[in-house]
Unconditional design. Structure first.
Length: 187
């Protein structure tokens, strides 16, 4: 898998050497495969997630497990914000880059081939995700330690361990949840 992903990234860089979004794929490929199967978030839920996350100009949105890139692309198109998608699957990264190009937002969005448990997303002011409850719970300590206080986290369908969401919204039978990273307290 690692060799295939690196070869894929190099082939894209050779074919499109001037594309900074595609050049992001030059990082070493993650050492493992996806934790979940890819299931795209319906567009009405994407819109509701952006609303619940109070996305606004000036935000930096990170989508963890970004799949085809629809959430960062929608945020860039609707609000002009910079978006970063992180996914472990090189096929999803290629699809997301193609979708960003088709949407005309390659100047605002970047997709990175990375393991979200090792990725740096400290600059985010909004984080979106559609992962399993076990992955959300595993990711929660990293979110709380790495993100700035006030960062909004929005999850499609799944809770985050025992961290109680401050808001939840039913969108045509699909639940979305929101948390805000609290202020850091001294030990």
């Amino acid at each position: 898998m690692k060799t295939h992903a690196l070869a894929f990234a190099l082939a894209i860089m050779i074919a499109c050497p001037s594309s900074p979004a595609l050049a992001q794929q030059a990082r070493p490929a993650p050492n493992r495969g996806p934790d979940v199967i890819y299931v795209p978030t319906p567009h009405e839920i994407v819109d509701a997630m952006l609303k619940l996350g109070e996305v606004k100009p000036g935000d930096v949105l990170y989508d963890l497990g970004s799949g085809d890139g629809r959430i960062p692309i929608a945020a860039a198109k609707q609000f002009g914000v910079r978006g970063v998608g992180i996914d472990i699957n090189p096929e999803r990264i290629a699809e997301a880059n193609a979708n960003a190009k088709a949407a005309g937002v390659t100047g605002l969005v970047t997709f990175r081939l990375e393991d979200l448990f090792e990725a740096d997303f400290r600059e985010a002011s909004v984080v979106t995700l559609y992962l399993l409850p076990s992955l959300n719970a595993k990711l929660m300590p990293k979110l709380l330690s790495d993100l700035k206080p006030g960062t909004r986290i929005v999850s499609h369908a799944f809770l985050m361990g025992d961290w109680v969401p401050e808001q939840k919204v039913d969108v045509e039978g699909g639940m979305i949840y929101r948390w805000t990273v609290p202020a850091k307290t001294a030990p």
